[in-house]
Structure formats: structure tokens, C-alpha cells
Design a protein around this ligand. Structure first.
Ligand SMILES: Cc1cc2nc3c(=O)[nH]c(=O)nc-3n(C[C@H](O)[C@H](O)[C@H](O)COP(=O)(O)OP(=O)(O)OC[C@H]3O[C@@H](n4cnc5c(N)ncnc54)[C@H](O)[C@@H]3O)c2cc1C
Length: 497
């Protein structure tokens, strides 16, 4: 029976990213996927700078940006597409070193991910193969897989269910989904321009009480439309292309576009109440689902696996105890729940404008779950209200060996302490932790960071400790530096140190 460090069920974007992050640490990975080839359907279309930084860890961020579109603005509009509220979208690189929002084409992204996976000798991909059972015993997880009606077994130290919304792994673990109160059907259409018709480069949330809808101008003429299925609709009607073209008519017609697909999705807002049991974890849509108004479902999954990868690495290298997995839910659950809640809020803003168009008042229900975006409230050292701790570190340009590089090229997937101080001392206990985790120091000079992206940090702290997932663990003065470093021992259940 073949043995791996980690088995991943599901070769969607989340499983693919996790496999690469783990392979980069040198672990052996097996991906089991019931389908064959990348999913041909464009579901996710929007991604952000934080995910681009994850993609950059394995060199595909530039390709994603080159094959994407950055829209000029977002509107909430009335039925005639007249703006009610407009948000201008800044273009170009944000302080994260990448654009804040790019619209991509999911089949293309999945092909970039799969091409990358194929370059790692320590990742095996078994497609047309379904995970049908697993048993988590004292030492490992035994997986029973079915391929071409033959069952076979593989063994892994850990199993991660990245197996999507109807996750078999989640169900088998008897993990419940908390329903956050949004269940609506929407018709999702993808079309492609065949002629340049000067379509505005926008994202529009059309607040039409008769049928709210969303329009996004994707990359190279890819257009995404989402129409709410209304109570009186006959869903069979949406199989009729003429009816679809009628819906698309404010923007395009048969003479200037072709229709790739029109499919009804049931959008849910829910989150798993547990994220792992012993050696089996869930991530991505298996752990949370949300309506696509914020374009953040896949992104939330990628944040999950960026968080999981370095923690599993510490476990697999016997540097941290399995208890580190308890930090997964503590860190990711409130953040993911905030994101789900925020997408519901956008839905509620649309409902509010629709109600106003009918002269009615609408009272939203959702709350923010006490966390800001993009912020993790746990797994951190210093004051979470400083707007530094628990946030991704901004990404400046710096100079290393007379070469200008971006900060992430130095951090990669390590712990790094960044400072402008030339002299400092740390305790023996802190030094042991630095050696144990191979924490690197990065000394910045006044010539580094020409755009001042780290100014706020260095106005507040002399040292900042960045986690391998690029989140700021904490900041300190010279006096507190040892305390901050030593706190990693208890925070992340480090062993033998
Ligand atoms: C219309 C729409 C628009 C969206 N827009 C956005 C957006 O703009 N931005 C964004 O970030 N997100 C968006 N999302 C959400 C995004 O598509 C999902 O969050 C993302 O695809 C989830 O990725 P995943 O890898 O977790 O799961 P999936 O992509 O669902 O992959 C799961 C994989 O597991 C496999 N699998 C399942 N069970 C088994 C088994 N037992 N054995 C073997 N394999 C199995 C499946 O075949 C599948 O390939 C959108 C979703 C929809 C529907």
C-alpha cells in the first residue's frame, strides 16, 4: 500500500494550492479526484492581492494578473443601469504588492495550478478516482478509493478534505454546517464577446426588484451574469436560449457574443462548526459556502490552506504537537464567518435598494462577527487593534545584494523578523526558538521600502514577526523581542523546546 505524508481529497483550486504548498516543504502528497481534468466551468472570477501573494509563492501570480481584467468601478444601479452608488476601483499594485482585485477565468487558473502541480515529483495525482471511505487509526489514515470499479487503499499521515460543498469527508466526520440564513437560487451565465462593442469595464449590481442581477466584465471579453431566480419563475424556461439572450440584452446579443453556459446554482451561506477531527481536516467549500457577491469563496479556501500548510509542516517535522490544529478553527473560523456575513450584507444592500425602488424599507439582519477583513483575531502576539497584528504584512520593495526584490521573495514560507535596528540581544530561550523554527532576520535600511508601505509598522514597533502565511504575528520593542519570540512556543504548541 502506498504511503504519503498527506492525502488531499479534491483537486479543485483549494486542494491544488494546498498540495503545492506542502510539496514546497518537501512532503509527499497524493491528490484524489473523482473527475478527470480541470473543471471546465468558470465559477470563481474574482481574486485579491492576498491570494495573488499565495500564488506568487509558486510563481503563477504574474500569469494570473496577465490573464485577468481590472475593472474601473463597481456600481449598485437601478433597473435602467443608472448608478445609485458607485465605488471607484483603484488599479495597479496595492500596498500588498499586487492589485487589490483582478477578474480571472477559472478554467485558465486551474490549468496554471495543474501545470505547477505537475512539476513536483512529490505530488501524485489520481484522477477518475473517488474517495469512498477512510479510517483514522492511531498512527495514520487509511483511505479507500474507487477507480474504474476497483477499490484500492492508500495510507497517509493526514487527510484533508478539499472536496467542495457536498464534502464526503465532512459528512463522514459528522461535522455539522451552521446555516447563516441565506438560501437563494441564482442563474449564472458566462458569455464571451465576439466583437468589441465598447462595453463598460464595470461590475454592476442591478437592484431591480423584479429580478436583481450582477454583471461583471471579465478578462479578454469573458462576461459573467448572475440573475436571481424569482418565486414565480419556471426553472425549465432557463433552458431556452432565447430567454437567456433576452436577459442579457441590456449588455450583449447573439451578434456580438456567444453563450458558454447558463446554469442555476443554489447559493448557501454556511460554515462548519468543526474544522478537523484528529488527523482529518476540511478546507475550502467543504468548510464554508457563501453567495458569490463578494467573489470570495475560493479566496477564503486559499486562506484556509495557507494557514494549514505551515502548521502541518511543523507537525510532520515533529516540531509542533498535533494540538496546533486547534488554532486552525480559532484563526480561520471568525475570519471565514466574517466573509460569509459580508457577502450576505452585499445581498442585503441589493435587497435594500430593491425595496427602496418599490418605496419600501428593508432592515438588514447580519452582523460582522467581531472581526475585520483581512484579519485573524487569534494566533497573534501584540495588540489586535493596532491594524498591524493579525493582518497580512504589506509588501514593499527592498534591496538585497544590490538587487531590488519584493518582500515575499525573502519571506517565502518561513517565519521572519523584520527590523531596522542594527543592534539587539535576545535571551537564550528566544535564541533556541529562533534556531528551532529557523526564523530569519531581515534588516531594512532607510533606502528600502521607497513607497513607505511599512512606515506605520515602524512608527509603532521596532520589530515585527511575520508568520509563514504572511500574517503579522506581532510587533515588539527591543525589550519585548525575546518575549514575543518565546511566546511562539505556547501559541503554536512547539515541542522539545
Ligand atoms: C457562480 C459562482 C461564482 C463564484 N465566484 C467566485 C469568485 O468570484 N471568487 C471566489 O473566490 N470564489 C467564487 N466562487 C466560489 C468558488 O468557486 C469556490 O469557493 C471554489 O471553487 C471552491 O474550491 P474548492 O477547491 O474548495 O472546491 P471545488 O472547486 O468544489 O473542488 C472540490 C473537488 O473535490 C472533488 N471531490 C468531491 N468529492 C470527492 C470524492 N469523494 N472523491 C474524490 N474527489 C471528490 C470534486 O470533484 C471537485 O473537483 C463562486 C462560486 C460560484 C458557484
Amino acid at each position: 500500500m502506498k504511503e504519503y505524508d498527506v492525502a488531499i481529497c479534491g483537486y479543485g483550486p483549494v486542494g491544488a494550492v494546498l498540495s503545492i504548498l506542502l510539496a514546497q516543504y518537501g512532503h509527499t502528497v497524493c491528490i484524489i479526484e473523482k473527475n478527470n481534468g480541470p473543471s471546465p466551468t468558470a465559477r470563481a472570477i474574482n481574486t485579491d492581492a492576498e491570494q495573488l501573494r499565495v500564488f506568487d509563492k509558486f510563481g503563477i501570480a504574474n500569469m494570473v494578473v496577465e490573464n485577468s481584467n481590472q475593472i474601473d468601478r463597481v456600481h449598485f444601479s437601478d433597473v435602467n443601469l443608472q448608478p445609485i452608488q458607485t465605488i471607484d476601483q483603484p488599479k495597479g499594485d496595492s500596498k500588498m504588492g499586487w492589485p487589490n482585485q483582478v477578474l480571472f477565468y477559472q478554467p485558465e487558473l486551474e490549468s496554471f495550478l495543474r501545470d505547477t502541480v505537475s512539476t513536483y515529483k512529490n505530488i501524485d495525482v489520481i484522477e477518475s478516482c473517488e474517495l469512498i471511505d477512510f479510517l483514522d487509526d492511531q498512527t495514520s489514515v487509511n483511505l479507500i478509493c474507487k477507480k474504474q470499479s476497483e477499490n484500492f487503499e492508500i495510507k497517509a499521515k493526514y487527510l484533508i478534505g478539499c472536496d467542495g460543498a457536498s464534502s464526503f469527508v465532512r459528512k463522514k466526520l459528522k461535522i455539522q454546517l451552521e446555516d447563516l440564513g441565506y438560501n437563494q437560487k441564482w442563474l449564472v451565465c458566462d458569455a464571451h464577446l465576439t466583437k468589441d462593442i465598447n462595453l463598460k469595464n464595470e461590475l454592476i449590481q442591478v437592484c431591480d426588484p423584479k429580478r436583481p442581477c450582477t454583471f461583471l466584465h471579465g478578462r479578454r471579453g469573458h462576461l459573467r451574469f448572475e440573475f436571481r431566480v424569482m418565486p414565480n419563475d419556471n426553472e425549465e424556461d432557463f433552458k431556452n436560449e432565447e430567454i437567456i439572450w433576452d436577459l442579457l440584452s441590456p449588455w450583449v446579443n447573439k451578434n456580438n457574443a456567444f453563450l458558454e453556459r447558463a446554469v442555476i446554482y443554489k447559493f448557501h451561506a454556511c460554515i462548519a462548526n468543526e474544522w478537523f477531527k484528529d488527523k482529518v481536516l476540511i478546507a475550502g467549500d467543504a468548510a464554508h459556502q457563501m453567495p458569490p457577491f463578494m467573489g470570495a469563496g475560493m479566496g477564503t479556501g486559499i486562506r484556509d490552506v495557507a494557514n494549514i500548510a505551515w502548521k502541518l509542516d511543523l507537525i510532520l517535522k515533529n516540531k509542533a504537537s498535533k494540538k496546533i490544529l486547534t488554532t486552525l478553527k480559532e484563526e480561520r473560523y471568525p475570519h471565514a464567518k466574517w466573509t460569509v456575513a459580508q457577502t450576505i450584507t452585499i445581498g442585503e444592500i441589493i435587497e435594500g435598494f430593491c425595496a427602496a425602488a418599490k418605496g419600501k424599507e428593508y432592515k438588514p439582519k447580519s452582523t460582522g462577527y467581531g472581526v475585520r477583513f483581512p484579519h485573524i483575531p487569534k494566533g497573534i502576539f501584540s495588540n489586535p487593534d493596532d491594524r498591524i497584528t493579525g493582518y497580512p504584512i504589506p509588501q514593499p520593495r527592498i534591496t538585497i545584494d544590490k538587487k531590488t526584490v519584493m518582500l515575499d521573495e525573502v519571506i517565502r514560507s518561513k517565519f521572519v523578523i523584520i527590523t531596522k535596528c542594527d543592534s539587539y540581544e535576545i535571551s537564550k530561550e528566544a535564541k533556541d526558538v529562533v534556531d528551532y523554527l529557523a526564523i530569519e532576520y531581515l534588516h531594512l535600511s532607510d533606502d528600502d521600502d521607497p513607497d513607505g508601505r511599512l512606515n506605520k509598522i515602524f512608527e509603532t514597533y521596532q520589530f515585527v514577526l511575520v508568520r509563514p502565511d504572511l500574517y503579522v504575528y506581532g510587533g515588539s520593542s527591543k525589550n519585548d523581542l525575546s518575549k514575543m519570540i518565546v511566546s511562539l512556543k505556547t501559541m503554536f504548541f512547539l515541542m522539545n523546546n
